[in-house]
Structures are given as structure tokens and as C-alpha cells.
Design a protein around this ligand. Structure first.
Ligand code: NAP
Length: 236
């Protein structure tokens, strides 16, 4: 049985990833910044709730202590994420409307938060015989994609969210090189119907979570330092 922590797992892709991993027989720590929301979600699927706000040092440190006391960790899924530049109609602020606040809020959760969690849980992962990190990125992270007119999302106008996910991809590359004993990969789950995009996504959470689950379970001989979607490796 593999011990897996998923951040931001009280709903959306994180919750569905947790559900699939519990169903496959793994021990899942369901991270949620609101403990009650997390407890309810965890009860529903048979996971272990852990209060974890990726923007809060004390919360992340306490979560690492809880997981250590419960036996340690093999797999970390950095899933918590926001799209702070989105308006009520589900449209992202383009370059002309982007504010420093929108950028800072986005980076605080999607980039700094992921680093805070990595830093706190690395000692536990290093004690595992087959440690794995999955960074939940996005197709919008692709520098080659967003600069190529033929790319399906070329006309996406948002700046903060793609910037944050491109940064997360760089974290994947650098951590994979620094920790060759840990499989560290980025994943693009695909455009999935969740609150993040005001449920405008075109695929279900069941479909989106499948590739996250696959990368969480790659094992010690799997790839590292890569960026994948359901069909295989993606260009950065
Ligand atoms: P979602 O339903 O909005 O879920 C986001 C989760 O992140 C929620 O549980 C949320 O908690 C949590 N979260 C936000 N800020 C947090 C913080 N400071 N600390 C801890 N948790 C926090 O969105 P989703 O679509 O499932 O997104 C999951 C991941 O997939 C994100 O990284 C997103 O960028 C990525 N992604 C999504 C899509 C898509 O089409 N949906 C595509 C590519 C990548 P609360 O409930 O407390 O807000």
C-alpha cells in the first residue's frame, strides 16, 4: 500500500484523484485548507483528512508532522491551485487588465505554495523506497504551445495562471535533477469541468484524474523530469 498526499483534495480533480487512489487500495491523505470540507470529503471516500493550506507555513508544517506520525509518505500530489484572474463569467484577465495583486495571489498558491509543501514533505519522501511527486500543471503552461498559432489554446488571453504553471514546470525540471531518487513530473489533466473554470471544462473529473493517478503510481522505474497528458509526453 502506497501512502499518498493530495493537496486541495476536498473537491474537483483532487477529490476525484483521491477517490480513484483509495479505490485502488492506497492510503490517501486528503489535504484541504478548510478542515470541515476536507473531513466531509474524506469520509465520503475513505481517505484521511489533513488540514493543509499551501499558503500557510504553520498549516503545512503541522500537516507534515501529522503525516509523519501516521507512518510517512510515498507520493505527493501538488494539486491545490487557483485561477485568481478569472472574472464571474469565467473569463481570465488579459494583459491589459492584469494587476500585480492578481499575479501575486496566483503565484502565492500555485508556485510558492507548491514549494512550501515540497520543502516540508521532502524529508518524508526521502525515507520512502519509491518516492514520487506529481505537480498538477496545465496545458497552458507550455511556452512552445502558447507561442505557436497552431496550438489549440494559442488565443487564451490570461497571463497569471499560465505564468504560474510554467513556473511549476520549471520546479519539476529542477527538482527532478536535484533528487534523482524521486520521480518528479508535471501533469496536464486536460480541460475538466470544475469550479476552477466555472464548470466550462469539456471533460469529467473522472477522465481528468486518470492521468494524475497514472503518474502518482509510476513507481521507481517510471520517468522523471517530464510533462505529460493522457496521451504521453508534452513539449514544454
Ligand atoms: P477546483 O475544483 O477549484 O479545486 C481546487 C482545489 O484547490 C480546491 O480544493 C481548493 O480548496 C484548493 N485550494 C485553493 N487554494 C488553496 C490553498 N491555499 N491551500 C490548499 N488548497 C487550496 O479546481 P480543479 O480544476 O480541480 O484544480 C485542481 C488542479 O488542476 C489545479 O492545480 C488546477 O490548476 C489544475 N488544472 C485544472 C484544469 C481544469 O480544466 N479544471 C486543467 C489543468 C490544470 P477550496 O475548496 O478551499 O477552495
Amino acid at each position: 500500500m502506497t501512502a499518498i498526499l493530495i493537496t486541495g483534495a476536498n473537491k474537483g480533480l483532487g477529490l476525484e484523484t483521491a477517490r480513484q487512489l483509495v479505490a485502488a487500495g492506497h492510503k490517501v491523505f486528503l489535504g484541504s485548507r478548510d478542515f470541515d470540507r476536507g473531513r466531509r470529503a474524506a469520509e465520503e471516500i475513505g481517505a484521511v483528512p489533513v488540514q493543509l493550506d499551501v499558503t500557510d507555513d504553520a498549516s503545512v508544517t503541522a500537516a507534515a508532522e501529522t503525516v509523519a506520525a501516521a507512518g510517512g509518505l510515498d507520493v505527493l500530489v501538488n494539486n491545490a491551485g487557483i485561477q485568481a484572474e478569472m472574472n464571474a463569467e469565467g473569463l481570465p484577465a488579459g494583459a491589459a487588465d492584469l494587476t500585480a495583486d492578481m499575479m501575486q495571489t496566483t503565484l502565492d498558491t500555485n508556485v510558492v505554495g507548491a514549494v512550501r509543501v515540497l520543502h516540508a514533505f521532502l524529508p518524508l519522501l526521502q525515507r520512502s523506497s519509491a518516492p514520487v511527486v506529481v505537480n498538477v500543471s496545465s496545458g497552458l503552461a507550455s511556452l512552445s504551445g502558447l507561442s505557436s498559432p497552431e496550438f489549440r489554446a494559442y488565443h487564451y488571453p490570461g497571463v497569471a495562471y499560465p505564468t504560474s504553471k510554467a513556473a511549476l514546470n520549471m520546479i519539476t525540471i529542477q527538482f527532478a535533477k536535484a533528487f534523482p531518487g524521486i520521480r518528479v513530473n508535471s501533469v496536464e489533466p486536460g480541460f475538466t469541468k470544475t469550479d476552477l473554470n466555472h464548470n466550462t471544462g469539456t471533460q469529467s473529473v473522472e477522465e481528468g484524474a486518470r492521468v494524475i493517478v497514472g503518474l502518482a503510481l509510476i513507481g521507481p522505474d517510471g520517468p522523471t523530469g517530464g510533462y505529460f497528458d493522457a496521451n504521453g509526453p508534452l513539449p514544454w
